[in-house]
Design a binder for this molecule. Structure first.
Ligand code: GSH
Length: 214
């Protein structure tokens, strides 16, 4: 198998790329990144990603980091699936949301992910009320934007599933543990439930849970 994903699968950014590859039927090998052992802080990993962060995709000497760039690359390998159309306007309407993810949505969600989930997972203490307050502020600014479009149509960029849904929706992988404050946002909740009912989501989740339990 020539495509390899370096991932810590409990992370939503890892889930994002594994889910997308599974959805598209792109076979891959998992190269586990062990945060507890610091395998991402080695010189060898730094050669792949100088940021010392996962996920990283490797394929026949081609190396790609940044989860949303990986989603775009995977989607481009299977144009027939329609996750990232060639038409410039249709494509830009999707890419816009992927940029929005990196700039606004991911940073807001990451606060809850770190404070409520990562700290508990690695025994790094209690959530910081100051950080949670900062997260609530960011969420109050950004969640209504996403909720607004999801009240109008089924998926982020319209009525079809696109690369934008993978970029933004992967956060639902840890929604329970991270305690994202999504209660007021009916559009986001309905969309999250829709994504989680997709066979590709179910298979990805089951595969990860099986590995973690083993
Ligand atoms: N913008 C990057 C973020 C990657 C990132 O921050 N990954 C985290 C885990 S979710 C990581 O590898 N952290 C390692 C560290 O902070 O030492 C992406 O979307 O790929």
């Amino acid at each position: 198998m020539s495509l390899k994903l370096h991932v810590f699968p409990l992370s939503p950014r890892a889930f994002k790329v594994m889910w997308c590859a599974n959805h598209l039927g792109i076979p891959y090998e998992v190269a586990p990144v062990d945060f507890a052992k610091g395998t991402h802080r080695t010189q060898e990993f730094g050669m792949l990603n100088p940021n010392m962060r996962m996920p990283v995709l490797e394929e026949d000497g081609f190396v790609l980091w940044e989860s949303n760039a990986i989603v775009q690359y995977l989607a481009s390998k299977r144009p027939e699936a329609g996750l990232l159309p060639e038409d410039p306007k249709a494509r830009a309407a999707i890419v816009k949301w992927q940029f929005w993810d990196s700039a606004h949505w991911d940073p807001a969600c990451a606060i809850f992910a770190f404070e409520n989930y990562v700290k508990a997972l690695f025994g790094r203490g209690e959530p910081s009320p100051t950080e949670i307050a900062r997260g609530n502020e960011l969420m109050a600014r950004n969640a209504p934007v996403l909720d607004g479009v999801l009240q109008k149509h089924r998926y982020v960029a319209g009525d079809k599933l696109t690369a934008a849904d993978f970029s933004l929706g992967a956060m639902f992988w840890i929604a329970e543990q991270a305690k994202f404050p999504f209660e007021p946002y009916r559009g986001i909740q309905r969309w999250g439930a829709d994504l989680q009912s997709l066979p590709s989501w179910q298979n990805t989740a089951a595969g990860i849970r099986q590995k973690v339990a083993a």
